[in-house]
Ligand binder design. Structure first.
Ligand SMILES: [Zn+2]
Length: 455
C-alpha cells in the first residue's frame, strides 16, 4: 500500500526502538457427509485408529480429482459430496452455533498431527493433538473448574482428504506444477530441505495433513462469515509461496482461503473446466454478500513473507488480500517481504510496547482497508520462553493481544477467522496449552457478546 499514516507512525516507532536497542533492521519494507469415525466415543487420540493410505493411493486419488468426468451426473455427485446446503465444506457439523452458549465454532481434524513424527524434530508436530487435548481435558481459565469443550462432537471437521477438490480449490493461487509435485511426493531434495521437513515431506500422512489444514482454514473462514467468529486448531502456514514451501509451511492456507472466499466468476479466467466452475460457484454461495477484501492480521513472531508475495501487483490476490504483520525484525525469514503494513519489532519487545503498536496499527489498517473478513494468525512464538522467538511477551500479554484483535473486530461487525500459527518448545504438551489460549479467548468474546443470539 501507499505510504500511509500508519507506515509513518511505524517507521518513526521502529527508528526510535532501533536507536534505543541499537537494532538494525534487515527488512526491505516495513456438506453433508457425516463421518462415522468422528462420532466415536470421547477418547485420547489413538494413532492405531489412523490407517493412512499408501502413496500410490494418494496419487491415484489425485489423478481422479484432476480428470473427473464432465457429465452432469458426475458434477452433481462431486458438489453434493463436499458441500452442505449452506455451502459449508465439512465432513462433520459441530454443535449448532445458535445453541452454543459456551464457545465459538471450532475446527479440528484428528489427522492434523502427522503420526510417527521424529521425536527430536524442531517442529512440534503433535501440538495440534495437544491443543485439542487441552481444550477437552484442561480446566478453562474463564470457566471455573470446567473444561471448555464438552465433547469431540461439538467441533467441526473439514472435509476428508479424499473428498477435497485439491486442484479446484488450491490451484490457483498456487502454481499447478509445484502443487502436483508436492501431492505426488516428487519434490526435490532441496525443495524438501527448504521446507524443513526433509524426507518427511513425501510421506502420505504429511501430504494429507497439509491439505487438511488448508481445508480447515477454509471451513473456519466460512464459519466466521456465517457466525461472526470461528477458529481452526491449526493453520497459519504463512511462509509458503505460490511455487515453494519453506519454514515448516508448504501450502499457504491464508492465501488459498482468501482466493476461495473472494472468488468471483466474472473475474475468473484461469479455470475453464466446467466441473471446477460448478464447484466454485456452489462454494461461493450466490446468496451471500460478496467479499472482496480480506485482511490477514499476522501476529506470529516471524514475518508472513509468503503471504505477502500473493498480494503483489500482478498476483491474483492483488487488491483482495492485505496483510498487517507484527514480527520480530531480527528473526527468520531473511530477506523480509513487503507486507501491506509491516511492523518489525526489536528484540526483547515487551507487552506494553507490543500492545501499543498492535492497537494503533490495527485501528489504522481496519479504517484504511475496510476488510470484510479478518484472518487472525495468533502465533504463540512471541512468548518469552519460545524456542524460536526473540520477543519478551508474557502469557498475559498474548491473552491481551488475542482479546484486543478479536474484540475489536467483533465490535466492528467484521467476521474473524482465527488460526494458530507457530509455537515452539521441547515439551509439546506445553505448546498445545499455549495454542489453546486463542480458542479460549474466542469463547470468552463469544459469550460476552452472546454471539449465538446474533445469528
Ligand atoms: Zn512463527
Amino acid at each position: 500500500m501507499k505510504l500511509s499514516l500508519l507506515s509513518l507512525i511505524i517507521f518513526a516507532y521502529c527508528n526510535i526502538m532501533m536507536v534505543v536497542t541499537g537494532f538494525r533492521s534487515s527488512s526491505r519494507g516495513t456438506m453433508l457427509q457425516r463421518c462415522t469415525g468422528f462420532l466415536s466415543p470421547l477418547s485420547k487420540y489413538n494413532y492405531e485408529d489412523y490407517m493412512p493410505p499408501t502413496l500410490a493411493t494418494v496419487q491415484q486419488q489425485d489423478v481422479q480429482h484432476r480428470y473427473t468426468s464432465n457429465t452432469q451426473e458426475q458434477q452433481h455427485c462431486n458438489s453434493s459430496s463436499i458441500l452442505t446446503n449452506d455451502g459449508l465444506a465439512t465432513s462433520h457439523i459441530g454443535l449448532n452455533p445458535q445453541h452454543n452458549i459456551r464457545h465459538a465454532p471450532m475446527v479440528y481434524h484428528d489427522h492434523y498431527s502427522c503420526p510417527n513424527w521424529p521425536t527430536k524434530h524442531r517442529f512440534p508436530m503433535a501440538k495440534f493433538t495437544e491443543t485439542y487435548n487441552s481444550l477437552l481435558f484442561d480446566n478453562d481459565e474463564y470457566l471455573i473448574d470446567q473444561q471448555l469443550v464438552l465433547s469431540k462432537e461439538h467441533l467441526y471437521k473439514p472435509i476428508s482428504y479424499n473428498n477435497f477438490p485439491i486442484h479446484t480449490f488450491i490451484s490457483p493461487p498456487l502454481c499447478p506444477t509445484f502443487l502436483q509435485s508436492f501431492i505426488q511426493g516428487t519434490l526435490t531434495t532441496d525443495e524438501c530441505r527448504k521446507i524443513g521437513f526433509r524426507e518427511q515431506t513425501k510421506r502420505p500422512e504429511l501430504i494429507q495433513r497439509s491439505v487438511l489444514e488448508v481445508a480447515g482454514t477454509i471451513l473456519t473462514c466460512q464459519l466466521a462469515i456465517k457466525y461472526g467468529l470461528a477458529s481452526n486448531l491449526a493453520g497459519g502456514t504463512h511462509h509458503a509461496e505460490c511455487n515453494k514451501g519453506k519454514g515448516f509451511t508448504i501450502l499457504n492456507d491464508l492465501a488459498i482461503a482468501t482466493r476461495l472466499i473472494t472468488w468471483n466468476e466474472e473475474e475468473e479466467d484461469t479455470t475453464t473446466d466446467t466441473n471446477n466452475i460448478n464447484l466454485l460457484r456452489d462454494f461461493y454461495r450466490e446468496d451471500a454478500s460478496p467479499i472482496d477484501r480480506v485482511l490477514v492480521v499476522d501476529c506470529d513472531v516471524h514475518q508472513g513473507d509468503g503471504t505477502a508475495t500473493f498480494t503483489y501487483p500482478g498476483q491474483p490476490l492483488h487488491n483482495k488480500l492485505f496483510t498487517l504483520d507484527l514480527h520480530a525484525a531480527n528473526n527468520y525469514p531473511w530477506p523480509k517481504e513487503s507486507c501491506t503494513y509491516d511492523i518489525g519489532l526489536p528484540d526483547e519487545c515487551n507487552d506494553e510496547q507490543y500492545l501499543e503498536v498492535l492497537e494503533s496499527s490495527l485501528d489504522i489498517a481496519l479504517n484504511e482497508i475496510k476488510p470484510q473478513l479478518i484472518i487472525y494468525n495468533a502465533g504463540v512464538d512471541v512468548y518469552h520462553k519460545d524456542k524460536l522467538g526473540r520477543l519478551n511477551i508474557t502469557r498475559e500479554g498474548m491473552k491481551q493481544r488475542d482479546l484486543h484483535v478479536i474484540r475489536t473486530c467483533v465490535d466492528r461487525g467484521i467476521p474473524v477467522a482465527c488460526v494458530v500459527g507457530g509455537g515452539y518448545d521441547d515439551d509439546v504438551k506445553i505448546v498445545g496449552q499455549r495454542h489453546a489460549l486463542v480458542h479460549r479467548v474466542c469463547a470468552q468474546v463469544w459469550r460476552e457478546n452472546k454471539m449465538w443470539q446474533r445469528v
